[in-house]
Design a binder for this molecule. Structure first.
Ligand SMILES: [Zn+2]
Ligand SMILES: [Zn+2]
Length: 290
C-alpha cells in the first residue's frame, strides 16, 4: 500500500519544522510520498497563514526538495486554502491553484467580529462564542449549519481535490458543550453536505490532527459520518495535519484499521499522474510499519 500524508505544515505557516525536515521524517517512516500543504495566503495577514511575500520562496523550496529526493520519495507541492463565507477562495489563492500539485480546501473562518477581524471555528472557545454571538445572534445551530453550507458551496463551486477536516466545528464541542451530534438537525446538515460532495470529484480527508495535538479524542470526521461516507461511496484519504515531524504519522495505523472495520475497501492517493485509488490492505505493509 502507498503510505502517504498530504496534510503537513511547516515554518512557512504555523508548523515547527522546515519542509526538508518533514521530508526526511517521511523517509525515516518509510512513506512513499509526502505533500507539504502550508496554510494558503489570506487578505488579512495572520500568524498562521503563509505571508504573501514568502509564497515564491515556499514554491521554490518545496520544488527543489522534489528533485533532491526524487529517487527516494515523491514530494508534492500543496497548500491548504481557506474558503471564506461571502468571499470564497481569495484571488491570490485562486491564482496559485494551478501552480500546485494539489490543494486542500478548508473552512476555518466563519464570520467577522464587530471589530472587523475574522473569527474561526477552531481557535479558542472564547473567540468561537464571541463569533457566534456577533455573527449569528448567539444561534449555535445557525452557525453550524452555515459552516456546512460553506463547505457545500466550496465543493460544488471548486471541487477541491481534498476537503479538509470535514467536521472541524467539533474541536471546541468537547462533551457536547455547544450541540449534540445526535440531534436530527445536525445529522441533516451533515447529510446535505455529503450529498453535495458526492456529486463532485472531491475526496474527504480523514484527519488525525486534533488527536495529535490533544484537542479531540476522535478523528475528523466522526465515526458516524464515516459510515455515511462509506454508504454513499465518497473517496477518502487519510492525513494527519502534522504541525511537526512528530505528528507526521500520528494515528495512521489506527485509521487504516478503523476504515477496514467500517468496511472501506479503498483509499485515494496522489501520484505524479494525479489522484488514483488503491486498495486498503491492512494485512500487508501496514503491519510491517507497526
Ligand atoms: Zn485546517
Ligand atoms: Zn492543516
Amino acid at each position: 500500500m502507498h503510505i502517504t500524508n498530504l496534510h503537513t505544515h511547516t515554518i512557512y505557516c504555523d508548523g515547527k519544522n522546515s519542509p526538508e525536515e518533514m521530508v526526511l521524517a517521511a523517509l525515516e517512516k518509510n512513506f512513499h510520498s509526502i505533500g507539504i500543504s502550508s496554510h494558503g495566503p489570506v487578505d488579512e495577514e495572520t500568524d498562521w497563514n503563509i505571508k504573501k511575500d514568502k509564497i515564491e520562496e515556499y514554491i521554490e523550496e518545496v520544488t527543489a526538495l522534489k528533485y533532491k529526493y526524487k529517487d527516494k520519495i515523491n514530494v508534492f507541492l500543496g497548500m491548504e486554502m481557506d474558503y471564506i463565507p461571502g468571499i470564497g477562495f481569495s484571488d491570490i489563492s485562486r491564482s496559485l491553484i494551478n501552480r500546485l500539485d494539489y490543494y486542500i480546501g478548508s473552512v476555518h473562518y466563519l464570520g467577522k467580529l464587530k471589530n472587523g477581524s475574522m473569527w474561526t471555528v477552531d481557535y479558542t472557545m472564547e473567540e468561537l462564542i464571541k463569533g457566534i454571538e456577533e455573527s449569528f445572534q448567539g444561534n449555535i445551530r445557525k452557525a453550524v449549519e452555515t459552516y456546512y453550507e460553506t463547505i457545500s458551496e466550496m465543493a460544488y463551486k471548486f471541487q477541491p481535490p481534498i476537503i479538509g477536516h470535514f467536521d472541524l466545528f467539533k474541536k471546541n464541542n468537547k462533551n457536547n458543550i455547544l450541540f449534540n451530534e445526535n440531534e436530527p438537525w445536525y445529522i441533516e446538515a451533515v447529510e446535505n453536505c455529503l450529498g453535495i460532495i458526492k456529486n463532485t470529484s472531491s475526496a474527504i480527508e480523514i484527519n488525525t490532527g486534533g488527536i495529535a495535538r490533544g484537542f479531540t479524542k476522535e478523528q475528523y470526521p466522526s465515526t458516524f459520518i464515516l459510515e455515511l461516507i462509506r454508504e454513499i461511496n465518497i473517496p477518502v484519504i487519510i492525513n494527519t495535519d502534522a504541525h511537526s515531524v512528530e505528528g507526521l504519522d500520528c494515528g495512521l495505523n489506527e485509521m487504516y484499521m478503523l476504515l477496514n472495520k467500517l468496511g472501506f475497501e479503498s483509499l485515494t492517493y496522489l501520484t505524479k499522474d494525479g489522484f488514483k485509488m488503491q486498495n486498503l490492505n491492512v494485512s500487508g505493509e501496514i503491519n510491517k510499519r507497526l
